[in-house]
Design a binder for this molecule. Structure first.
Ligand code: ME8
Length: 516
């Protein structure tokens, strides 16, 4: 593939607050973005995948104080936990941005100056409510009993001299943009809610500096104040790809193809962010996709309830791929979903141990037993093999369509259709019986060759979702290079695995969990 002809794909996750260590919600969005990035990369696209940490603001300032640290010390400690978590979960980001980096700080200040020059920033007086956990200013009409309407926690009263961004001036432009680009905010149900609840009633101007907080990027104004953390944070999507210094990289990837975020911050991404970009005369991202929220045994996760799931503990106990698989298979992207150990173990034992693990282990064991681990020729395929071939080689066409809709469960279901069909093929063709009859040696060759081909395609198809498993299947099949040197288009061809290649079987990948 020639570099120039490659289509580009720029995907981002939220940058997470690092007042605390990563939890399963952070892992969920990041894994989703990783799957998109890996899928597109394997399909020949020029991919940029940005993630990172949101390190400024009152919340971090407070968390540091509580621990007797400076904010910089706290962020330096916790950022490592995020980076280690992403490494363990197989996250292949192109860049990890920290908003405390000098290049980002400069970018945020320059962005402010540009919007100021364009006359969309004015000085004013803020008196009203602020939700500290959400780092959000709230209108009087939104606050009920001094509680935040979104997270339910107590709000605080602020009185500050601040600078304001004239978001209200973008009411018409944004409404028009949303009409002309129906795909901009997804899923559709969330878009409708956003338009009816926040855009139609009228956009209000937003405070974009804070004078009573110290920890942040100095606002380029005469008074001593810092940039409001959301104004600073959103700009990471530009500074992360080089704006304003490396415009070549910036223009190669901007506009973002998708900002993947949780539903909690859709409003910031679908109102403030596009308005800021319009004010700075920068094109808008193509899509903002709000995922649902994960609950634990039907309950909201919270520190006080002590039910926050640690993704790393699950990855350590069961494997990172089992967690990746569960999250993407169980919860349709875009709607809320639940995590429980029971449903996790059911999926593990059913889909991973029984279906996938057995297919791999049985097929490779038979190849060892009947052919000394050497992949045979493929003499006489019959209709049963043709059916498997069709299922396998049609996968990519369907998966490419589904990935545009973030339909991860649907793609995994496609892969499992092939896995289950192959398991049935083993039962139907009964290689152990065929092996007992020396006159049927050619038939046995075809059956085992077909199973190796299915495993080759399954490994390639699984690679974006379960990268460690895919790499293991690949090496067990006897390939000496990495599966990630290979592309999705290789699933569209059949009979590609070389006869004569020696496999190298390992222990079963997903030993059943004893649930007694
Ligand atoms: O909001 N289920 O950071 P944050 C699913 N710094 N996803 C969840 C989740 C749950 N229970 N809990 C959190 C911020 N998430 C800002 C973002 S972006 C310019 C600035 C995920 O640490 C989900 O993606 O609070 C959500 O949007 C994000 O974590 C919020 O992370």
């Amino acid at each position: 593939m020639m570099q120039e002809t490659k289509k580009k794909f720029y995907v981002t996750t939220p940058i997470y607050y690092i007042n605390d260590v990563p939890h399963i919600g952070h892992a969920y969005t990041t894994i989703g973005a990783d799957v998109l990035a890996r899928f597109k990369r394997m399909d020949g696209w020029d991919v940029f995948f940005l993630t990172g940490t949101d390190e400024h603001g009152q919340k971090i300032e407070k968390a540091a104080k509580e621990r007797g640290l400076t904010p910089q010390q706290l962020t330096d400690q916790i950022v490592v936990r995020f980076q280690e978590a992403w490494k363990k979960l197989g996250i292949t980001y192109s860049r990890f941005i920290r908003t405390t980096e000098i290049s980002h700080k400069r970018a945020a200040q320059m962005f402010f100056e540009k919007v100021f020059k364009n006359q969309f920033i004015y000085k004013g007086h803020y008196e009203g409510w602020y939700c500290l956990p959400d780092e959000k200013f709230l209108l009087p009409s939104e606050v009920i009993n001094e509680k935040c309407p979104d997270c339910g926690r107590p709000v605080e009263r602020l009185k500050e001299e601040n600078y304001f961004f004239s978001m209200s001036k973008f009411q018409n432009a944004l409404t028009q943009y949303l009409e002309e680009h129906p795909e901009f905010v997804q899923p559709l149900s969330r878009k409708n809610e956003l338009v009816n609840n926040f855009i139609k009633p009228g956009l209000t101007d937003v405070c974009i500096t804070r004078s009573s907080v110290q920890w942040g990027i100095a606002a380029p104004v005469p008074e001593k104040s810092i940039l409001y953390v959301w104004f600073d944070a959103l700009i990471n999507y530009l500074s992360g790809i080089g704006w304003p210094d490396d415009l070549e990289t910036f223009h190669r990837y901007w506009p973002a193809d998708v900002h993947l975020i949780g539903k909690d911050i859709l409003r910031f991404h679908a109102t403030l962010w596009p308005a800021m970009l319009l004010a700075a005369e920068i094109p808008l991202p193509k899509k903002v996709f709000g995922t649902g929220f994960i609950t634990m045994n039907g309950q909201k996760m919270s520190k006080s309830l002590g039910n926050v799931i640690d993704p790393l503990a699950i990855a350590d106990q069961y494997s990172p791929d089992a967690l990746r698989y569960f999250l993407l298979r169980e919860i349709p992207f875009g709607v809320d979903g639940d995590f429980s150990m029971e449903s996790f173990q059911l999926r593990f034992n059913g889909d991973l141990a029984n279906d996938l693990g057995n297919l791999i282990h049985r097929s490779l064991s038979m190849l060892e037993r009947y052919f000394d681990g050497v992949i045979p020729e493929n003499p006489n395929p019959s209709p049963a093999e043709t059916e498997l071939k069709t299922l396998a080689t049609q996968y990519a066409t369907q998966a490419r369509l589904q990935i545009e809709e973030m339909a991860f469960p649907a793609i995994l279901t496609l892969i499992w259709t092939l896995v289950k069909r192959a398991n049935k093929y083993i039962e139907d063709s009964a290689p152990w019986k065929v092996a007992a009859d020396s006159a049927q040696r050619a038939r046995l060759q075809t059956i085992l060759y077909t199973l190796m081909e299915v495993l080759r395609v399954v490994a390639l198809a699984l690679a974006p979702f379960m990268p460690f498993t895919a790499e293991s299947i690949w090496s067990q099949l006897g390939f000496s290079d990495s599966i990630f040197n290979h592309g999705l288009e290789e699933t569209e061809e059949w009979a590609k695995i070389p006869s004569g290649q020696k496999i190298s079987k390992k222990n079963p990948l997903f030993p059943r969990i004893d649930r007694s």
